[in-house]
Design a protein around this ligand. Sequence first.
Ligand SMILES: NC(=O)c1ccc[n+]([C@@H]2O[C@H](COP(=O)([O-])OP(=O)(O)OC[C@H]3O[C@@H](n4cnc5c(N)ncnc54)[C@H](OP(=O)(O)O)[C@@H]3O)[C@@H](O)[C@H]2O)c1
Length: 265
Amino acid sequence: MANNEGKGQTALVTGASMGIGVDLAECFARDGYDLILTARSEEALKQVAARLSGAYGIKATPIPADIGVPGGGEKLAAEIEARGLAVDALVNNAGYGIAGAFEGSDRATQLGMIDLNDRALAELTHIYWARMLANKRGGVLNVASTASFQPGPLMAIYYASKAFVLSFSEALWKEAEGTGVRVSCLCPGPTASNFRERAGTGKTRLARTGTPMSSAEVAKMGYEGWQQNRRVVITGARNALVARLVPFLPRQTVLSLVHNLQSPA
Ligand SMILES: NC(=O)c1ccc[n+]([C@@H]2O[C@H](COP(=O)([O-])OP(=O)(O)OC[C@H]3O[C@@H](n4cnc5c(N)ncnc54)[C@H](OP(=O)(O)O)[C@@H]3O)[C@@H](O)[C@H]2O)c1
C-alpha cells in the first residue's frame, strides 16, 4: 500500500534505465519520493523519468553518467549538487556480471565489474552517508545477489564483488543502528532482465534450474525490506534456504556445486 513517507525526500537510483532499477525507482515514487535516475542510457532514463513523474506526481530528474569509471561517483554527485538537488535515500543497483573461466577473460571487463559493483557503490555511499546520519533519516539500499553467499567458480569476480556488497552493507547496518538511517542488502536470485544477456549466463546449468522472478517482484521485496530496515533481503524461499544452508556445508562441496551450476548445460 502506497504511503507518503517519501514526501520532501529524494532517492538516487543507479542503474535506473532498465531492469530491477526501474522497478525500484517506481517503488520509491509510489511513496512520494522525488527521484534522481542515473545510468549511461540517456534516452531510456528520460522515458523512465517521464513515466514515473506522470504516474506519481513526483519530480524525476534523469542524469546520464558512467559511474563505472574511477571518479564516476564524485562526478555524478557534483552534477546533482550543481542542480540544487540533495539525496536522502541511495539505491546502489547498477551492476553487471560476466560468466566464464577467469583464464582467458578480458581483464578490463573483469576489473570493470569491481569498479561498478563495488567501488562506485562505496563511493556514492561515502558521499551521502554523513548527511543521512545527520538528518537521522533516509538510508541505503544496496543490490547484491544470492552470489554473495559463496565463491563462484566460473563467475569468480562477480560472486566476489557481490560478497563485498553484502559484507559492506551488513557492517553499515550495524553502524547505523538506532540512528533512524536504514540499510538493507537486497540479494536477488535469477531475475528477468537484461542482466543475463550481458553476463552470458543463459546457457549455464543454473539458468535451467527454474524460472526467473520478475524484476517488479524483486524490487518490491527489496523496497519493503528496506522500509523495515531489514539487514538482508533474499528473494524467494528456495534462495533464502540455500543461503542459510551454505555456511553449514563443507566448502569443497559448495565449490563443486557452484562450479557445476555455472558450467554450460
Ligand atoms: N538479473 C539477475 O538475475 C540478478 C540477480 C542478482 C543480482 N542482480 C543485480 O541486480 C542489479 C541490477 O541488475 P538487472 O538485473 O536489473 O540488470 P540490467 O537489466 O542489465 O540493468 C543494469 C543497470 O545498470 C546500469 N549500468 C550498467 N553499467 C553501468 C555503468 N558503467 N554506469 C552506470 N550504470 C550502469 C544499466 O544501464 P546502462 O546500460 O544504461 O548504463 C542498467 O540500468 C545488478 O547489480 C545485478 O548484479 C541481478
